[in-house]
Design a binder for this molecule. Structure first.
Ligand SMILES: Cc1ncc(COP(=O)(O)O)c(C=O)c1O
Length: 461
């Protein structure tokens, strides 16, 4: 019947008949184009090299394959290239091969995590994988979780559940406590939750960048005098600028005693907790009510891939369940659009699952250990007569020349970033405690000792 209704000469969609030869040809060509781009990285550096990119918009008629492949190439040539060994600026490592394949499968499946009937196998996979992670982190049988598109959204899911759990849904006096080095997304979360910055209490950090427990105690007392209602305390497991880990054990004891929800933002460091790598301060995380982990940031699961894990799944169900009147439900299976903010959602879990299955625990550990080794090598060899160095137990280092005035840090870091990129090293320049720093993130598996030596030579020169 389809032949009667449309002109079937052009292929718009995969066919349910025959061999899909055309699609196979196009997929092969696309794979070749992508792989060519990867392999050109060495020559071209981490940042765009071809300034000719034009954003061409759709026209009256569709474009030819040749036009489209030439535009794809131009797009690639003007993109940040995470596989280049000098890509050391951010928490954006090279993509894992099996994760790339997972993304392809997810796109082709086009299933929807909103509901079981739209994604039967993937719903079960996401549920099981969240439970697996939750158990690995030490949670019990009531635990589980939900995937979301990024750490910000996982944190937001947690905070909304925490506020709901505390019965503070619409209370304008409700407050959230985070350290002064916590990620900026908490400001966004607070705004989205209808609150403002006065509802975000910042706790001081110590000289290692960890939440100061004395200041936390003082702030808790102050909140209670001012009749502010605390719906959660966030402990960061890996701060963005220096990779510090808040004192989770002490914070969890305070939360238990005062019956406050503990959320751990493990966007950067959470994944270490499923391995046996000894990381100072990484203990007692199973005392939390919720934990964000964001495997896109360090082991190379392709973006976006973030999980919120909770010690008790009923907290998510109670918070987000609305009923989906247009969707069928199946006994004992939760439609995953009913336990988080997002409705329709792609099958992102496939790339996480395939990536993890491919690596195994040993592979994950190997990637994480190598990032710490690179960080250690860098710190050992950077001139500490010349630079003040800010780093913690994870793989991130921020640094600045000693005695540089805050007003000079802007110019110095800008000049240095430009100089480094001309030598194919991409570092970032976060603003931190009123100054700009240079930051190196050692999560790139392609970065070898020789590359770090060259980076150090440029920095120490
Ligand atoms: C500690 C921390 N939390 C949360 C986030 C936000 O994650 P996303 O960018 O995936 O939303 C980041 C981003 O770098 C981060 O470093």
């Amino acid at each position: 019947m389809a032949e009667d209704l449309i002109n079937n000469k052009d292929i718009y969609f995969p066919s349910y008949l025959g061999t899909n030869d055309k699609l196979i040809t196009l997929l092969n060509r696309t794979s070749q184009t992508l792989c060519d781009w990867f392999s050109k990285a060495d020559k071209n550096g981490p940042l765009p090299f071809d300034e000719s990119f034009k954003c061409i918009m759709p026209a009256e008629d569709g474009n030819s394959e040749e036009d489209l492949f030439s535009e794809i190439e131009s797009l690639l040539n003007n993109s940040f290239n995470p596989v280049h060994p000098g890509s050391l600026a951010h928490l954006d490592p090279p993509p894992l091969i099996f994760s790339i394949l997972g993304d392809l499968i997810a796109a082709g499946l086009n299933n929807n995590l909103l509901a079981y009937e739209l994604s039967p196998s993937v719903t079960l996979l996401e549920e099981s994988l969240c439970k697996w992670f939750a158990k690995k982190l030490g949670f019990n049988d009531f635990s589980g979780g939900i995937a979301a598109s990024g750490g910000t959204l996982s944190n937001l899911n947690a905070l909304i559940a925490a506020r709901n759990n505390a019965g503070l849904g619409t209370n304008p006096n409700s407050v959230l406590l985070v350290s002064e080095d916590a990620h900026s997304s908490f400001v966004k979360c607070i705004r989205v939750m209808g609150l403002d910055t006065t509802n975000l209490v910042r706790i001081k950090t110590d000289n290692q960048g960890r939440m100061d427990i004395n200041d936390l105690r003082k702030s808790l007392d102050k909140c209670s005098i001012e009749n502010k209602k605390i719906f959660a305390i966030v402990a960061t497991l890996g701060t963005t600028v220096r990779g510090a880990i808040d004192p989770i054990k002490e914070i969890s004891e305070i939360c238990k005693k005062r019956n406050i929800w503990l959320h751990i933002d493990g966007s950067i460091g959470g994944i270490f907790a499923i391995t046996s790598i000894p990381i100072e301060g990484l203990n007692n995380i199973n005392q939390a009510n919720s934990i964000t982990i964001n495997p896109q940031k360090i082991i190379g699961i392709t973006k976006t891939s973030s999980l919120l894990l909770v010690s008790n799944m009923s907290t998510l169900e109670n918070t987000f369940n609305t009923g989906l009147p247009y969707i069928s439900s199946k006994e004992n299976i939760i439609n995953r659009g009913e336990i988080g903010i997002q409705g329709s959602r792609p099958a992102e879990v496939i790339k996480l699952w395939l990536g993890l299955r491919f690596l195994g625990l040993n592979g994950i550990e190997n990637i994480l250990k190598s990032s710490i080794k690179r960080k250690d090598f860098f710190i050992k060899n950077i001139s500490n007569n010349k630079f003040d160095i800010y780093s913690g137990p994870l793989h991130i280092v921020s640094f600045l020349p000693k005695k540089l005035e805050p007003k000079d840090s802007d110019g110095w870091t800008q000049t240095k970033v430009n100089e480094l990129i001309n030598n194919n090293f991409m570092l970032s320049r976060p603003k931190f405690k009123g100054k700009y720093f240079l930051r190196v993130v050692m999560g790139n598996y392609n970065t070898k000792e020789s590359h770090i030596k060259e980076l150090l030579r440029l920095l120490n020169a």
